[in-house]
Write a protein that binds this ligand. Sequence first.
Ligand code: HEM
Length: 539
Amino acid sequence: MWSVPVRLSAGPRRGLSFIAGSQKSKGLDDNTRRRRREGQVRGFDEVPHSGSNGWINLIRFWREDRFRSLHKHMERTFNTLGPIYRERLGSHESVNILLPADIGEVLRSEGLHPRRMTLRPWAIHRETRQHCKGVFLKNGTEWHADRVLLNREVMVSSSVHQFVPLMEEVAKDFCSLLRRKVEMGGHGDNRRSLTLDPSPDLFRFALEASCHVLYGERMGLFASPPSLEAQRFIWAVEQMLATTQPLLYLPVGLMHRLHTPLWIQHVTAWDHIFSDAEARIQRGCQRLQSRKPSGAKGELSGNQGHSGGVLGRLMEKGQLSLELIKANITELMAGGVDTTAIPLQFALYELARNPGVQERVRRQARESWTRAEGDPVKALQGAPLLKGTIKETLRLYPVGIMVQRYPVTDIVLQNYHIPAGTLVQACLYPLGRSKEVFQDPNRFEPARWVKPKSGQLEANGEEEVRAETGPGAGFRSLAFGFGARQCVGRRIAENEMQLLLLHILLNFQLSAPSSADIETKYSFILQPETPPLITFCLL
Ligand code: HEM
């Protein structure tokens, strides 16, 4: 339970406090305005504050290496101050929340063109290299125009289903590679099991699957050794993510002008990512040209279906310029690799240390696979526990630990008046582990996301789990964000991860040499401190 919210210190009236003072309460409804006048709704300055001066706070965070455990810091602060608090780090001030009802309130006030905090290091790189920005970095109507076109290719189910065979091919290759590893290096009866850290192979899987779906070409990462081009790309994405986190809180414009080593590392990584994208887009153009019937303009011959990937579809339609296609595909490629590879590590580990759960998910996956007769889309649809496993993993280990918004109207959260334009952060790590929100939050239970058919639990002799599918459930599973600005790669990520789990569970029994909790660190994304070891035993 939370203790009574205590105001430690309101801090100097700077930053957002000035917004609070200057904004008119025009976004509030009449009833709330009256309650505000009557003192029933408290002012912004009264929101419990986690510390005093933003710069001192920032220095303390650096010195105590607290950014690495920002997720735990948030959890501790909610436990101390209650379900809403303000925090000031350097020049950033945010109001942090975790309750689903409050998050719903923020969603309702996000406006037509929702905004997050701009990733300044990424934006400066684009500006200095004269690359266009994609949806990640754009705002307003510009963002909306690109986003609508991207949604048609990567969010609409019928479009995404066409890409599922491409992902499945990679998932099957991953399992064949793992099978060979077990057979060659395994131990136990007839060399049937092998204990290893699967994270490098999971990164290869995520990269290979993204490349296949986005560009319609394979990278050849399961050939050993992977090409130099692929190794350079993996290095570049990791370097870009690792340098983003510190640059977000430093005066990045100055770092850019002074050519500091951190800034140089960051731009070098992005330069590699862009040059990789350029080479792949060029090859994609050539492939598409070679498929055009001679002399024909516009429409391509035959049904291109999914073979040209998302790139092929966008080029075929011709609604985005080549520069904008490049910007968006590059963002999708860079944004999608670690974000899928890392939850897969956590998911495999949780299945490995929860054999009962693993068996239930496998049983359903197997039955569905048999019924689907080789159709991967049907196989996934018939095995909701696979999706439940992903949701459950992201509940406990949300890759992005917060979803940010600047509400466009004033709102009331926990009876505090929050002026329009305030940075509000929904903190997913503490939300996922909150006893107030989830029954038995430390238990890994994919079934909590699946509504059981009546009588099904008793028939299976299973313990009842409250399904998180009732009213308001939408604001409990938020790892992909929410509303119009939610993750545009969500459907790709969900399908990629579920397909890999499906094929792993059909082929291997998982166990773990240790069942200890995984220590996590935050470095722009939440990841394990040390990648967990998993034992794969051939079935
Ligand atoms: C488990 C995997 C993933 C998670 C948990 C995740 C999470 C998120 C979150 C929380 C956001 C911000 C959403 C918001 O503000 O409401 C986001 C945005 C985004 N994600 Fe993902 N993501 C994942 C995978 C991917 C993949 C595979 C891709 C690319 C194929 C991708 C591309 C993007 C892009 C481009 C945006 C910006 C969208 C916009 O601003 O319109 N993500 N993601």
